[in-house]
Design a protein around this ligand. Structure first.
Ligand code: ADE
Length: 246
C-alpha cells in the first residue's frame, strides 16, 4: 500500500513513521508512506498557503491552488485508490472503515489547517472526508497519523503473529478485550486470577469470553446489541448484571 500525505507540516510525521510497527512495516516495504509539503507548490510570491474567507468571518482558509497542484503531483490521473481529507465533519473512522481502506492500493491524505480548505478543491480532488471523532484538532496531521496507524496494521504482513489483529476489541468478535496479566503473579497485593494459572485452556477461554461480555456490558453496552452473542450468553450476562446492580 502506498500512502501520500499532503501537509504544510511534513516534519510532524518523521518520528511517527520511523518508530515501532509502522517503522518496521516501512523498512520491510509492506507500506510506503511519504509526506509531501504543500507550501513549495504555492505560486504566490511568499509561498502562502492560506487566505481570508470570502464573505468574511474568523480565521484563514487553505488556498485551493497549492493543494490542487500538490494533489496532481502525487496522484496523477488515472488514480486508483482513495483521496481522503481529514476533517471533523467527515465520516467517523471505525474499524470497519479501516478494513475497507486497508484493501486500497493508494491513499492520499490531505491534512487541513486554519479554518479549513476551499470547498472547490474538496469537490474536485477528494473522495471522502474522515473524522477521528467528535472534537476539533488544530490540524489534520494527528488525525492522519491515527488513520495511517489503524489502516497499516491491517495490511497483510504488517503485524507479526504475536501481534495478531484477529482477537481484539472491535474486530470480528464485536466485544471489548478481556483483561490480561503478566508476571509477577502478585503485584502490590493484587493477584492474577487463578483460572489463568492452571493451564486448562477450555476454562481459560470460557473465562476470557465471560470477561469480554462483562466488560463490554459495563463500558460499551452499545456494542453488545450488534455483537455475535448467543441467547445463553445474553441470559447469563443479564443474571450477572442483576447481581452487580439489583
Ligand atoms: N481535523 C480537525 N479535527 C479533526 C478531527 N476530529 N478528525 C479529523 N480531522 C480533523
Amino acid at each position: 500500500m502506498k500512502i501520500e500525505l499532503l501537509t504544510i507540516f511534513p516534519e510532524m510525521f518523521s518520528s511517527f513513521l520511523d518508530a515501532s510497527i509502522i517503522g518496521r512495516a516501512r523498512a520491510n516495504r509492506l507500506i510506503d508512506v511519504h509526506a509531501t509539503d504543500i507550501r513549495p507548490f504555492s505560486v504566490s510570491k511568499h509561498k502562502n498557503t492560506d487566505d481570508y474567507p470570502f464573505g468574511g468571518g474568523a480565521g484563514m482558509l487553505m488556498m485551493p491552488q497549492p493543494i490542487a497542484d500538490a494533489m496532481r503531483a502525487v496522484a496523477p490521473e488515472p488514480f486508483h485508490g482513495k483521496r481522503i481529507y481529514m476533517s471533523p465533519r467527515g465520516k467517523t473512522l471505525t474499524q470497519e472503515m479501516a478494513q475497507q481502506l486497508a484493501k486500497e492500493e493508494n491513499l492520499v491524505i490531505l491534512c487541513g489547517h486554519y479554518e479549513g480548505v476551499d470547498q472547490r478543491v474538496l469537490d474536485k480532488y477528494i473522495d471522502m472526508e474522515v473524522s477521528i471523532g467528535d472534537y476539533v484538532l488544530t490540524g489534520g496531521e494527528t488525525a492522519a497519523m491515527v488513520l495511517i496507524d489503524c489502516v497499516s496494521r491491517l495490511v497483510p504482513g504488517v503485524l507479526g503473529s504475536s501481534e495478531s489483529a484477529a482477537d481484539e476489541s472491535f474486530s470480528s468478535a464485536g466485544l471489548l478485550e478481556y483483561p490480561q496479566y503478566t508476571r509477577p503473579r502478585v503485584f502490590e497485593d493484587m493477584e492474577v486470577p487463578d483460572v489463568l494459572l492452571n493451564g486448562d485452556h477450555k476454562k481459560i477461554n470460557q473465562w476470557r469470553r465471560e470477561q469480554s461480555l462483562l466488560i463490554t456490558a459495563k463500558l460499551r453496552p452499545d456494542l453488545l446489541a450488534a455483537a455475535p452473542v448467543t441467547e445463553k450468553e445474553r441470559a447469563w450476562l443479564a443474571e450477572q448484571m442483576e447481581q452487580v446492580q439489583p
